[in-house]
Design a protein around this ligand. Structure first.
Ligand code: FAD
Length: 526
């Protein structure tokens, strides 16, 4: 019997505690099924005309990772909340990176005290670099430079959730949801629950979201691999210039533009390699991307692999859908968190995206429960169209290379350098929101105009790369962003009016106000 030779990725990953090699293979199995279009459409949700009767719960949340954040806020407002988790509620070991200002909402909503929040911050560094091969290099302060410890954070929130009267059901996977006119009956593990509202927080691969999307293929994928390791010589968070927010040092390779992130973490140094691609069956596996990661890491960080002690391997296949945020497929069910697609297709910062929308989500859900606006249409406004997210699709498109496309090797780097040069010259007010996934109309319009004037040839090359349909779609979203910005400015500029409307109409009005503000990117706090 022949012995199969271990590749470098297998060698390294199978020696890391917890055997991430097995996890990588599972993730690759899923990624293959996506690429080959082999996923079956789940049928977790059914509708029935019969009445459910008296509910036991106001809200059941399926998926506790970020579910505990929303669950605690709603339980603290007096709602009866049950949190279902198929495993245990426990955050991952690896920090979530976020900007400090985005964390403030946890204190503002009364979920954590200032001290508790500080206790959950495991690392921080400044400044961070943005750099592209043979192009621009710039530095920014206070952007995604805080590492939050998910274990500590979720543990704190779990305590608050239980104190507020919430019920946590671990090892209780959601199996079925039957939507009646007056509520939802839920089968989870061996339990049966009756609720007014179900929040689907089961992540990117939520079976309910897949059913609502009718098995649609993702429109884009962000593949990410990385590690946390010690042994790097230069990894002092207090030293100047210790992290990269987004960097590339190679031209297009294997029809992909590779980007890197690197920063000091509590247990060493985290380094990620990520790339934007389509879900074509010819795309590489996560393992192949990891091979490239280990091949390029020494050059990227000026380190020999043998010097490093790998603590963790990190990876993900992050699907993005143009039709996002996902509109509810049924009455009384709403996607929140990664399952909703509310995060930008450019980022893998789903924790940050949830916090950015937390205040409006909690206010919206609270009001929906109070005035009993729980049908598809009403919930659809909580996950309504947001042009600030939709416009970023073109940027994702411009950073990826089709399998058959022949681009000049440094095209993506040249385009990014041209755009970032203009944004740097325009100042932090333009640069910082963009790096935190917020696009605002004035900044976008002026950046595009100035980039077009400064680098017309580079911009002209992007047009055939992204194609006419993508460009036309984008033009609609760009106009939408302009429209939302104008209406939001008019709304803010108008004198406050006392309106005597029904509570249900007020619910719709409030949601529209929030949509205009968030959809125009004007919720961004400097
Ligand atoms: C490599 C990598 C690095 C990242 N780094 C960052 C970062 O630095 N900053 C940041 O903001 N974000 C980061 N993210 C993203 C972040 O981890 C996610 O956005 C976040 O975990 C999303 O939370 P979620 O609760 O929506 O989904 P998930 O984390 O996917 O959680 C879903 C939950 O649902 C549970 N579940 C699934 N099915 C069922 C069921 N049938 N019944 C009950 N429960 C179920 C799961 O067990 C899980 O607890 C990173 C992601 C990856 C892959």
């Amino acid at each position: 019997m022949g012995v199969t030779e271990q590749g470098l990725t297998e060698q390294i990953l199978s020696q890391i505690p917890g055997n991430p090699w097995a996890g990588l293979q599972r993730a690759d199995g899923l990624w293959t099924a996506i690429r080959e279009g082999q996923r079956t459409i789940p049928s977790m949700v059914e509708t029935r005309a019969t009445a459910m009767g008296e509910p036991d719960w106001d809200v059941v949340i399926a998926g506790a990772t970020l579910g505990v954040v929303i669950g605690t806020a709603l339980a603290q407002r007096g709602w009866r909340v049950a949190l279902l988790e198929r495993g245990e509620l426990r955050g991952r070991e690896q920090e979530w990176n976020i900007s400090r200002k985005e964390l403030k909402v946890l204190v503002r909503l009364g979920l954590l005290t200032e001290d508790e929040l500080e206790g959950a911050i495991a690392s921080q560094y400044n400044p961070a670099r943005v750099a592209f091969h043979q192009g621009v290099e710039l530095w920014v302060e206070d952007v995604l430079n805080i590492g939050v410890d998910p274990v500590e954070l979720l543990d704190q929130l779990k305590g608050k959730f239980l104190i507020a009267g919430g019920q946590l059901l671990e090892h209780t996977p959601l199996k079925q949801a039957i939507v009646h006119q007056d509520g939802i009956t839920i089968q989870a593990g061996e339990k049966s629950l009756k609720t007014r509202l179900l929040l689907d927080m089961m992540g990117h691969f939520s079976p309910i979201a897949a059913q609502a999307r009718n098995g649609a293929q993702p429109d884009g994928i962000c593949l990410v691999v990385g590690t946390c390791a010690d042994g790097f010589e230069q990894n002092n968070p207090d030293a100047n210039r210790s992290g990269d927010l987004m960097a590339s040092f190679t031209p297009i390779r294997d029809q992909c533009q590779y980007f890197w992130e690197a920063f000091p973490a509590r247990d060493g140094r985290t380094t990620y390699l990520f790339t934007y691609i389509d879900a074509d069956s010819g795309r590489q596996s996560l393992e192949a991307l990891f091979d490239d990661y280990f091949d390029l890491l020494p050059e990227y960080q000026g380190v020999e692999l043998g010097q490093l002690n790998f603590k963790r391997a990190l990876f993900g296949v992050l699907p993005c859908y143009r039709k996002s945020p996902l509109k509810p497929g049924w009455d009384r069910i709403l996607q929140v968190g990664d399952s909703s697609g509310t995060q930008s297709p450019l980022s893998f910062g789903g924790f940050g995206a949830l916090l950015r929308h937390l205040q409006r989500l909690v206010d919206g859900l609270d009001e929906a429960l109070t005035v009993d606006c729980l049908d598809r249409k009403a919930l659809g406004l909580i996950n309504g169209y947001q042009p600030t997210i939709a416009v970023t699709w073109l940027f994702q498109r411009a950073m990826r290379v089709g399998l058959e496309q022949k681009l000049s090797p440094n095209q993506v780097n040249e385009m990014l350098s041209a755009v970032f040069r203009v944004m740097e010259a325009s100042g932090e007010k333009t640069l910082k929101p963009f790096l935190q996934d917020v696009v605002q109309f004035p900044a976008l319009a002026s950046t595009m105009l100035k980039t077009g004037l400064a680098s017309p040839l580079t911009v002209a090359k992007v047009l055939p790369q992204v194609g006419l349909p993508a460009l036309l779609r984008w033009t609609g979203h760009y106009a939408g962003l302009g429209g939302y910005s104008l209406l939001n400015a008019l709304r803010q500029g108008g004198a406050p009016v006392e309106l005597k409307l029904s509570p249900q109409t007020m619910f719709y009005l409030h949601r529209w106000q929030e949509l205009l503000e968030y959809g125009a990117g004007m919720d961004y706090e400097d």
